[in-house]
Ligand binder design. Structure first.
Ligand code: GLN
Length: 408
């Protein structure tokens, strides 16, 4: 199967290519700055308690379930029951796999609708669970040779509905969206919700960037009328606290959906690591009162503005992100020479990979080729975009600014 093929995942591939030449790494979305002191201390203190070094319950440590319920009850517009409506996972990624495993059946040709560009882990996770992804691309309703808004990337709702078949089980919705930075509006969510109701589908809402929006409100689709019953909302402590290596995430939904998700989780990893669940719980408790979340949001907004300025300066247009921490840059003005030498692993994956690699070798800055976020027949839609992450230090962004001067 394709998920077990010999091809490297895009993250490892671009990290390696960047490391070879010491490029500024704006590729994979990990933070290049350390987590806040109180967050690291929370984990250290957790390790010092003997009980936190043994198995956690499969559903998760009560202290963390309590914090998740406290944060998300207002966001989802209901009092969450931590005993039945939340499960803790080994990262949001494993939460996604657990949901797919719970609701897709091998041999039944169950289908899952993805909106492209779609985070690269969805499709292989669906395949591992025995399902088949069906792709509906976001359409760009503006001329991309200028700076455009992430709002210009739209789902054609008729196209979305036409993609539904009797085998469809799930629609995956990612808001704020990686890599576009689109924050779906309440109206868009209502339309997607209406389609899910008409065809009795589940919504898997990947909302791992819910805390990072810029001048926009994030709306959880599960908070819309009648949507709670058919939605599993996935979140991430790695994203929320800037600790992507901790691998702690969660799924939230009605008992009927979380029970099978938890059953899958129990068979995939059994439980999520205990000390870091406790660390996350303690950090989330402190973050409520120490102003961390708003300070962090402002920091990201500042980094976003800085990265946009850098590309304004060198004259490459981009999509203004209203959420998450990625900038899609349109590099069609960059000419890759016909005879440029690429390693086979890069050249075989098409022009968008070659462009991202060219950025690494010639400008010393690495990004991610969004072609990886499209199915094969739709790869051309990645055009000349390269995705740059701004969850990076000021020094990193400054170094990128200097390196990119070569574009002038
Ligand atoms: N979510 C992060 C990104 O999009 C990292 C994903 C990963 O490494 N699997 O960059």
């Amino acid at each position: 199967p394709f998920y077990a093929g010999s091809g490297l995942d895009v993250w490892t591939m671009m990290n390696q290519a960047a490391a070879e030449v010491g490029a500024v790494n704006l590729g994979q979305g990990f933070m290049s700055f350390p987590p806040q002191c109180f967050i690291r201390r929370a984990a250290q203190e957790a390790l010092d308690q003997n009980v936190h070094n043994q198995y956690a319950p499969p559903r998760g440590r009560p202290a963390l379930l309590e914090q998740i319920a406290a944060r998300f009850s207002p966001r989802l517009g209901r009092q969450l029951d931590q005993a039945s409506e939340i499960s803790v996972h080994a990262g949001a990624n494993e939460a996604l796999l657990s949901v797919f495993t719970a609701f897709l059946t091998h041999g039944q040709d169950h289908e899952v609708i993805l909106m492209e560009p779609a985070f690269d882990q969805y499709a292989p996770n669906i395949a591992m669970a025995g399902g088949k992804p069906v792709y509906v691309p976001l359409r760009v309703l503006a001329a991309a040779d200028k700076v455009i808004s992430s709002d210009d990337w739209k789902i054609d709702m008729a196209e979305l509905e036409a993609a539904v078949s009797p085998k469809t089980r799930i629609i995956v919705l990612n808001t704020p969206h990686n890599p576009v930075g689109k924050v779906f509006t309440r109206d868009e969510l209502a339309q997607i919700g209406a389609i899910s109701e008409r065809h009795n589908l589940l919504i898997l809402a990947d909302e791992v960037y819910e805390h990072l929006t810029y001048g926009r409100d994030h709306v959880s689709i599960a908070s819309l009328p009648r949507m709670w019953e058919r939605t599993v909302t996935v979140g991430s402590a790695g994203k929320l606290l800037g600790v992507t290596g901790w691998r702690v995430g969660w799924a939230i939904g009605p008992r009927a959906l979380i029970q099978p998700t938890l059953a899958a989780h129990t068979r995939i990893v059994f439980t999520t690591n205990t000390p870091l669940q406790e660390g996350v719980a303690s950090a989330m408790r402190q973050a409520v009162s120490n102003g961390f979340y708003e300070a962090q949001r402002q920091e990201y907004e500042r980094r976003r503005n800085r990265l946009m300025e850098i590309f304004d300066d060198v004259g490459l247009p981009y999509v203004v992100p209203d959420g998450a921490y990625y900038l899609l840059v349109n590099a069609s003005a960059v000419r890759v020479p016909q005879d440029y030498l690429f390693p086979e692993a890069i050249s075989s994956r098409g022009p968008n990979f070659r462009l991202a690699y060219f950025f690494i070798r010639e400008f010393g800055v690495s990004g991610i080729p969004p072609a990886e976020f499209y199915c094969e027949p739709h790869r051309y839609l990645a055009g000349d975009y390269v995705r740059f992450a701004f969850c990076k230090t000021d020094e990193g962004l400054d170094a990128a600014a200097v390196a990119l001067q070569k574009l002038k």
